[in-house]
Design a protein around this ligand. Structure first.
Ligand SMILES: [Cu+2]
Length: 173
């Protein structure tokens, strides 16, 4: 079932290739690999060694790309101790996460806030293992607090709307 969804996702990304590519302008030819599960690109090379990721995708597909640029990650820098709160809708329609790209210190806590039933959270790309859990049920206070213990870059997305709702958290030592 997961594999089936991933294949559907690949098709969706191919159809949405233009918009998708715009969000990852750090990778030349981003549109070309948007629908190619087996394509090895710069992201895949950078992420080599993370084949054991737990993003729900088939292992032979390789890790999905991080869809925050270095500039976007650096622009939302909370390494001085500011709290990162990533918010999303309680309504069903897809809308990008607020603060979807950010940098925090190792040990920081990140609060995800919204309807996890409408928008299940899952890890998506980056380093492995990811501290970002799969959460598909609504939570008390509509919040999940995730501690980021180790340095790395950890992508995430909405299981239902991965094209519109995605992000990454860079954790620095
Ligand atoms: Cu969603």
């Amino acid at each position: 079932m997961r594999r089936h969804r991933s294949l559907l996702l690949g098709s969706a990304l191919a159809l949405a290739g233009v918009g998708y590519a715009c969000s990852r302008d750090d990778v030349a030819g981003g549109a070309a690999d948007a629908g190619g599960d087996a394509t090895v690109d710069a992201d895949a090379a950078r992420d080599a060694g993370h084949a054991g990721h737990d993003s729900g995708r088939p292992l032979d597909a390789g890790p999905p790309p991080i869809r925050c640029t270095d500039e976007e990650l650096a622009a939302n820098d909370l390494t001085d101790g500011g709290a990162l709160v990533v918010t999303f809708l309680k309504a069903a329609n897809p809308k990008q996460y607020e603060n979807h790209c950010a940098t925090v210190k190792a040990g920081a806590s990140v609060t995800f806030s919204g309807s996890f039933r409408q928008h299940p959270l899952q890890a998506a790309g980056g380093d492995s293992p990811s501290p970002i859990p799969y959460v598909a049920d609504d939570q008390p206070g509509d919040q999940v607090v995730v501690t980021m213990p180790d340095a790395g870059t950890f992508g995430y997305e909405c299981e239902y709307h991965p094209v519109q709702m995605f992000g990454a958290i860079r954790v620095v030592p």
